[in-house]
Design a binder for this molecule. Sequence first.
Ligand code: UD1
Length: 422
Amino acid sequence: MSHRDANAHRLVVEGGVSLHGEVRASGSKNAGLPILAACILADGDYTISNVPNLADIRTMVRMLKALGIRAEYHEPNMVKICNKGNPKHIAPYELVTAMRASFFVAGPILARRGLAKVPLPGGCAIGSRPLDLHFKGFKAMGASVEIEHGFVELRAEKLVGARVYLDFPSVGATENILMAGVLAEGETIIENAAQEPEIEDLGRFLIQCGATIEGLGSSTIKIQGCSSIKGTDYAIIPDRVEVGTLLIAGAITHGDVTVRPAVPDHSEPLIRKLKEMGADVEVGDDYIRVKGHDKMVSVDIETMPFPGFPTDMQAQMMSLLCMVDGTSVIKETIFENRYMHANELMRMGAKIRLDHSHAIVTGVKKLSGAEVKITDLRAGAALILAGLVAEGETQVYGLHHLVRGYEDLPGKLKHLGAKIIV
Ligand code: UD1
């Protein structure tokens, strides 16, 4: 099959338009996914609002249904869940392979049922992504972990609270252990826990369901286990990666863009870098506004766990760095293979040298529109951002990656004045 057939879904960006205006940010994908999975933990009715309507979240809704839980979108951004009776303990292969984050159901199913059989997700486009830290947590809580026929089978007559030290502050492992700890007997302490805002949001949701959790947003999270929690209504935080992507769209086109709602604290690592580059950034209680211009300069970026610079913004930032004065050094420390977009940007005329975990980006005066291929979600956003400033037309193939994690990014950019045909 040709490259074009395999990626029939494409969009065309006509470069050269400066973006202006205010745009709405959707709810956070990475908070919504574990929060929906956490609804497995207890019987009850849940109304989750500000849920982004995008492919990965729809996969999680399908997962809940496959486990025997009623879950439906009611309005475009509201999911209602009715959990009654024991959910099934086997997660379907096609949903876990469609989305790695489906593995978030492992902790809740194990905690609820005492056994869980979940397919191993395998590697993905940006790296090998092992699950050893999730398993370390489950084992410390008394579960057995067996891998057979591509499934991981978790068993525990009862989960017992434990002290778990994470060798690396993994987002997914922190979330899985946090969810399992809610129904474990006694206290679970996660040390070197990830501090991402999405984990805090999951924790706040669980507290509203009746869980007792301390230390959210810090590197030590303490959970007092209990025998059951209950359903609740909850609104998810704004998506800081979407917020950041839209801000970069404003900066790269030398426009003036306000994104609302936004939680400025969640975007602080990006805001600092934009300011260092010389962009004008204004921060309000619930919005961030950026103005870009032709005097912006290079900065160095190193991706790190929160509150460091997010790996999920590295690709979009690379597009911006291609268009400013000077040479920037990017170091990707979280995933080993997250520079696939660099090769596509080079096809548009970007000057980038890759050296293992480093990308050395030298700003150029112009990019030129080309046919480019999306390899993963954030790479997709980076290529569209580059297309916004490239001379002529950029045809972006492989949109299925983009729609996994953005709720109508082309529509939002068009709202700000971009010329995009989907
Ligand atoms: C989450 C986010 C993803 C983001 C990433 C890092 C969701 C749905 N996805 O992914 O968008 O890019 O955090 O901020 O929230 N690791 C291990 N062993 C483990 C688990 C992870 O070695 O058991 C390693 C991974 O290979 C990777 C690093 O830790 O190198 C970060 O992974 P992790 O924080 O777990 O990311 P995810 O939860 O998969």
